[in-house]
Design a protein around this ligand. Structure first.
Ligand code: COA
Length: 159
């Protein structure tokens, strides 16, 4: 991956990755949660990792319109062949700079309680788990957060 480049996310990146995200997420059905709008309307705060013009990782995130002191990361994914080489960290570093310039003081996100790799990765990057009244396997879980049966772990990192 000699020519790895972090750049702004573009609609063409969506075409490159949308057919792969379920595989990147270990077979979970993620595609419906990643419409092209995230690659079109949040380009100032969303980033791609390219190797030879091929998208091998992306972060889709934005500053909150409601509270400019908050930013939110919707999705981050890295091609399995490029993992554990700091691609995810580089994407987050660009995101933090971009949202900080827009006034963010904190980055928020959610992850599935079953996604222990995501939890470990986010903890390494300085995210804390937001406490709740319920724990699953030692982790605070917000039950039904995204709808019936859709529990989430809430993540938070101060900038
Ligand atoms: C989570 C994910 C984005 C990490 O990307 P990555 O490029 O491999 O991560 P990095 O190489 O930048 O790792 C940064 C740190 O996190 C750690 N880390 C990364 N993946 C990890 C894992 N599965 N388990 C434990 N630690 C992990 C790295 O060891 C590194 O720690 P270090 O700084 O002490 O060396 C990637 O595994 C992925 O795309 N997973 C599937 C999609 C997903 O679950 N996304 C998150 C929810 S939206």
């Amino acid at each position: 991956m000699s020519g790895l480049l972090i750049c702004a996310l573009r609609p063409e990146h969506h075409e490159q990755v949308i057919g792969k995200v379920d595989e990147w997420w270990g077979g979970r059905p993620m595609m419906a949660m990643l419409p092209k709008l995230f690659f079109t309307h949040f380009r100032d705060t969303s980033f791609a990792a390219e190797d030879d013009e091929r998208c091998v990782g992306f972060l889709a995130g934005f500053s909150s319109q409601t509270n400019p002191a908050e930013a939110y990361v919707h999705f981050i994914g890295v091609d399995p062949a490029y993992r554990q080489r700091n691609v995810g960290r580089m994407l987050y570093e660009q995101f933090w700079k971009a949202v900080e310039r827009r006034g963010a003081r904190v980055v928020l996100g959610v992850t599935s309680p079953m996604n222990r790799a995501s939890l470990a990765f986010h903890r390494k990057l300085g995210f804390a788990v937001v406490p709740s009244s319920h724990q699953k396997d030692g982790v605070y879980v917000h039950e039904n957060y995204d709808g019936p049966g859709e529990d989430r772990v809430l993540l938070r990192r101060e900038l």
